[in-house]
Design a protein around this ligand. Sequence first.
Ligand code: GLU
Length: 381
Amino acid sequence: MAANTIRKDIITKVQRVVLKLGSYVLTTPSWKLDRKVFSDVIETIADVRARGREFVLVSSGAIAAGMGRLGLRERPRLIAQEQAAAAVGQIGLMGLYERMFGKFDIHVAQILLTHGDLRDRQRFLNARHTLHSLLEYQAVPIINENDTTVVEEIKFGDNDSLSSMVTNLAQADLLIILTDIDGCFDKDPRRFKDARLISLIENVDSDIEQLALGTKSKISRGGMATKITAAKTAARFGVPTIIANGKTPGNLARVLAGEEVGTLILPEKNKLASRKHWIAYTLKPQGVIQVDDGALRAIVEHDRSLLPSGITGAQGDFDAGEAVSCCDRHGSEFARGLSAYSSADIDKIKGLNTADIQGILGVCRNPEVIHRDDLVILREG
Ligand code: GLU
């Protein structure tokens, strides 16, 4: 299929869009909210919504806007100061969204999340129900990380990752990431004049991941690397991603019209179910379980559960029910899953037959250490 037909095909089927707006897109060089960008984006959303599509926004810009309001030139060094700037900026950000969407009689809703809100399945599902209710009320949910109260353990880290988790949370079918460059290039366009835009990525492989490295920026927490990782995460949920320049007037409208703008990253054909996607891409692995070649083959080639007999070791300090990485004997991660046993118990039962668990631990709660329903394969072989 020709590239422009692929775009049109994707766009025609889209019902629900997650739109991520970066800090540089939403602010001017002196960290003031960029009204031109707001009005361009919001007019486009109002127009496309009127034709039956739904939008969930993931908006950065709180810290940057806070810096503008507080007259700070540089990002504050102390975490508490940065968190204070976010609190000042978030209110200005939402105020402007409310006023500008209000011109089209559209309600906006603020949702401030930490990773703690999504890592518990029940809370994840509660957040999903709230999002769905907001969409039924025809409101536009606007999500940001709760920068003011977040601490390291419950951080998403960057809004690109957050936006890819939101594709699952909101059950969206397109992720658009608006940033301040035109998309993913074959070289860093800030350093090389002959850098060329890649308009279509069929599959995020290690070459693409390498290309995207090394484009960090000062204000937003991501760079191209986090955008490409976000696109890969969305792809596993069957969701295509378009990365485009949000500073170019009219670009969002062009993206939503299926025009060749920015970089399109295609979804994977074998879409993961929501719960499996959540296990692999929303949860953060709390440790590692190392397996032998037999267990690797049984899991990857025959879709089996992980039994104690195939385990050679466990690293990290995790409890039963927590997410872990499964690594082969070279230490390379090939799967993620929910461990039915703690790291301390795995240490005692590794290499043993399931029948021996009771004798060692006094009770056998589960024959498998990770049941295949709780196991997600990340790579073949
Ligand atoms: N949550 C941050 C903010 O609103 C931005 C995080 C990011 O740039 O990814 O300022």
